[in-house]
Design a protein around this ligand. Structure first.
Ligand SMILES: Cc1ncc(COP(=O)(O)O)c(C=O)c1O
Length: 468
């Protein structure tokens, strides 16, 4: 049995579970806790340290999410293989009323769309006030073209925010704001070059795939394993650029553990390639503390970080951004200086004020609670109503989950039967570029735009629809 000699600092203000998680991480890194060793049970450790079982559980969940340990049913929690070399440097819609009419016609009561957000919590009055402030005569400059990379004060706020929340290290000069991820992918492909070979997760985000294809680049779909993009397949491919969604793989929802992140970075370093990290909903994490972004772990300028306000605020303002490493920034400045900014200067200015005055942080904190509750309701309803005929996948973060359903219905049948009961659910098979041999159908359920009552109703109707 391993010896636990952690000193918890009750005065530091740092949550105990983080201190405990960091202690284990350190011990695993420096080899004092070895591969295959069993961690003490939650009960034992909580008694030993005089902390709650919840504290121990949350610390263990975080270690598991980051790939340091794995829980084996009825056996306990064991330390996994960690490649120490890899840890060098690791410390640092259609219109709403049209949609409503269509839903009514089709008798849709609950729509588990993953593209919806909780619009009822949008801070209308603050946003209205800040928008109106842009429209006074003394702000007439805002009626003219702004900086091509986006408003500097907004980029300053974004760089502070992504450093604090996601560990992204950049100067405002490295940020390019643009109207949507697809637009930025198009621009980025031109900056990196069309002669590079690109790879993308399979299944993966269809909009990115289409954007790559429209740039006429060679695109290789690479299958996933339980940790995200399969690194061996990536190494064996000819790709020198890869697009990943490590914080919440789209659509399957896994969080890429730290060891896989380090392997990915090592791959990029070794071939002088690039990783495009799409962190589209990394703000909403329900298990443990967010894992640092790939960009934050990269010390060799191999990562392009993509962020968006579409999930965390609203999609209609079309404010997304990318963080370029210096080598690509230089190319951008040399060859793309005639490209104008695509996002309205008025919206950028409003968002800057929103962030600067603390509304953004308040909004995010609120939304974290809102979405956590919604997700909790969804999972509890599934467990209660669908029991062991449905397995929940990818519930560590984000605004959607995946459901593997084993009632012998095909994906198409599951969707059709649900629709007959007034519930719209979504396929995952469409996110494969090549036809997938479907063993067990996987259904995508978004919950961001539904109330808790709608979520409960929806799952009850699914139980009837799927005869579970
Ligand atoms: C994987 C993925 N990336 C990015 C986005 C955001 O795209 P955009 O910034 O164009 O709204 C989404 C959806 O909102 C997404 O699912």
């Amino acid at each position: 049995m391993i010896e636990i000699m952690v000193v918890l600092d009750y005065e530091s203000g740092e949550p105990l579970y983080i201190q405990l998680y960091q202690y284990f991480k350190q011990e695993i890194h420096n080899g004092r806790i070895k591969r295959g060793e069993k961690l003490p049970s939650k009960r034992r450790l909580s008694l030993h340290l005089g902390v709650s079982q919840n504290t121990v559980e949350t610390a263990y969940q975080q270690l598991e999410a980051e790939g340091y340990v794995e829980g084996l049913p009825r056996k306990g929690i064991f330390v996994k293989e960690v490649n120490h070399d890899l840890f060098l440097n690791a410390e640092e819609a259609p219109r709403q009323n049209q949609k409503d009419k269509r839903e009514e016609r089709e008798g849709i009561k609950v729509d588990f769309s993953h593209g919806l957000i909780a619009t009822e919590h949008f801070p209308y009055s603050v946003w209205r006030k800040l928008t109106i402030q842009c429209l006074y005569e003394d702000q007439s400059l805002l009626l003219l073209n702004g900086e091509r990379q986006g408003e500097l004060p907004l980029r300053e706020e974004i760089s502070k925010y992504i450093f604090q929340s996601r560990g992204v290290r950049c100067l405002p000069e490295h940020i390019i704001i643009g109207a949507g991820t697809q637009y930025l992918i198009g621009l980025l492909t031109m900056i990196i070059g069309r002669d590079s070979i690109y790879s993308i997760e399979e299944p993966g985000f269809h909009r990115t795939r289409e954007a790559f294809k429209d740039q006429c680049v060679k695109l290789i779909p690479l299958s996933l394993d339980q940790y995200g993009m399969n690194i061996e397949k990536l190494q064996a491919s000819q790709a020198n650029v890869t697009y990943v969604t490590p914080s919440h793989q789209f659509p399957m929802g896994m969080v890429m553990p730290i060891a896989r992140r380090m392997e990915l970075l090592k791959w990029a370093d070794s071939i002088g390639g690039y990783i495009i990290e799409d962190d589209y909903d990394g703000e909403f994490r329900y298990k443990g503390k967010p894992i640092p972004s790939l960009q934050g772990l990269d010390f060799n300028g191999r990562v392009i970080y993509l962020g968006t306000f579409s999930k965390s605020l609203i999609p209609s303002i079309r404010i997304s951004y990318m963080v370029l490493p210096t080598s690509l920034l230089d190319k951008y400045n040399q060859h793309f200086s005639t490209y104008k900014q695509t996002v309205s200067r008025l919206h950028q200015h409003t968002l800057w004020q929103f962030m600067k005055n603390g509304h953004w942080e308040r909004h995010l904190n609120k939304m974290r609670t809102v979405y956590r509750k919604k997700q909790h309701t969804l999972i509890a309803s599934i467990v209660k109503n669908l029991g062991n005929q449905a397995t929940i996948i990818g519930d560590a973060s984000g605004l959607h989950i995946v459901l593997s359903v084993s009632n012998n219905m095909s994906e198409e049948e599951l969707i059709e039967r649900a629709k007959e009961q007034g519930v719209r659910v979504y396929p995952t098979s469409v996110y494969y570029d090549y036809t997938k041999v479907i063993q067990e159908p996987m259904i995508l359920l978004g919950f961001g735009g539904l109330t808790e009552r709608e979520i409960e109703l929806g799952v009850r109707l699914l139980k009837e629809a799927w005869k579970i």
